[in-house]
Write a protein that binds this ligand. Structure first.
Ligand SMILES: C[S@@+](CC[C@H](N)C(=O)[O-])C[C@H]1O[C@@H](n2cnc3c(N)ncnc32)[C@H](O)[C@@H]1O
Length: 301
């Protein structure tokens, strides 16, 4: 593996959270550079590890290990692929959401304002609309919602006015096109942070990350054995809210537990850690990407 591909975040904490059992069956939803998968394999004995990644580059990192099955598809098809592999239920599921450092570092993928490249941003480079097409075709009100909700950009309205003015005469094609437009509405003292949020918001939309996460979380109760564990690392407050609600209530959109007329609640998971787990200062110092990470661990009832 290329050592620089990605530095795993909250590696020990998230894999400890799975409580890996020798001989068990585990899923890593987000293989990436394989940091978490390798740690699971090191504790797995003669078990099985099914990993997902929709990115061709991640597939090239896979170790030569006959306990590992690589699924080169979106993890939203979790249940279908497990069924296809003849697996009904698993002992643990790990998810380390979002994109890898490799995505940001590869200029041709268009994820970063720091590199000039085509405005693509698709994790699966073969499917769906790219970032340029979102910017060129979406209605202004939809773009505003994307930047406001996924990027937490307070002046999303002004940004979208600039985007509209640009596309009046030209098409968005490159990361530099978007960078130049967004710089006009960025606060003078924090331009990089603002640009990072603009690019992040667009990436979340391009890859349908919120919908995919919700669909996938909702499949977990049926594919996880009783006593099985799930460890999810998120990097964005909206993602974390979905995960938190899901663990607490069994529904990503509900923050309060619903009970039946007898006061009983049917919640499939119980939280293992009462408080969300965040990286140590030491980890953040070594790996800035860890800064926004939040880990939640839960067990199937
Ligand atoms: C943060 S990285 C994972 C890094 C990995 N844990 C490691 O230690 O190297 C997330 C990875 O998940 C993949 N990914 C994100 N969303 C996905 C989805 N919906 N389906 C499949 N793969 C996805 C990305 O392509 C990326 O490689």
């Amino acid at each position: 593996m290329n050592e620089q591909y990605h530095i795993p975040v909250l590696l020990k904490e998230s894999v400890d959270g799975l409580d890996v059992r020798e001989g068990g069956i585990y899923v890593d939803l987000t293989f990436g550079g394989g940091g978490h998968s390798r740690e699971i394999l090191s504790r797995l004995g003669n078990g099985k590890l099914v990993v997902f990644d929709q990115d061709e580059d991640a597939y090239r990192n896979r170790p030569d290990d006959n306990r590992l099955v690589f699924v080169r598809h979106n993890f939203r098809y979790l249940t279908n692929f497990l069924r296809y592999l003849g697996i009904e239920q698993v002992d643990g599921i790990l998810g380390d959401l979002g994109v890898s450092s490799h995505h940001f570092d590869d200029a041709s993928r268009g994820f970063s304002f720091r590199h000039s490249g085509a405005l693509d941003m698709r994790m699966n480079g073969k499917a769906g609309k790219d970032a340029a097409s979102v910017l060129n075709n979406y209605e202004e009100k939809d773009l505003k919602n994307i930047f406001y909700n996924y990027g937490e950009i307070k002046n999303a309205g002004r940004l979208v006015k600039e985007i509209a003015a640009f596309r009046h005469s030209r098409f968005f094609e490159t990361t530099d096109d978007l960078k130049q437009v967004a710089e006009k509405t960025a606060p003078k003292k924090d331009v990089s942070k603002y640009l990072a949020k603009v690019f992040q918001a667009l990436r979340i939309e391009v890859n349908g990350e919120m919908t995919v996460l919700e669909e996938t979380l909702m499949q977990i109760p049926s594919v996880l054995k009783k006593g099985g564990r799930v460890s999810i690392i998120s990097y964005h407050s909206l993602e974390d809210r979905l995960v938190k609600n899901f663990i607490k209530t069994g529904d990503c959109r509900k923050s309060q537990i619903e009970t039946d007329m007898f006061g009983n609640a049917d919640v499939p998971l119980k939280a293992v850690n009462r408080k969300v787990i965040v990286p140590s200062d030491e980890e953040i110092e070594k790996n800035n990407r860890a800064r926004s990470a939040k880990l939640r661990i839960a067990e199937r009832r």
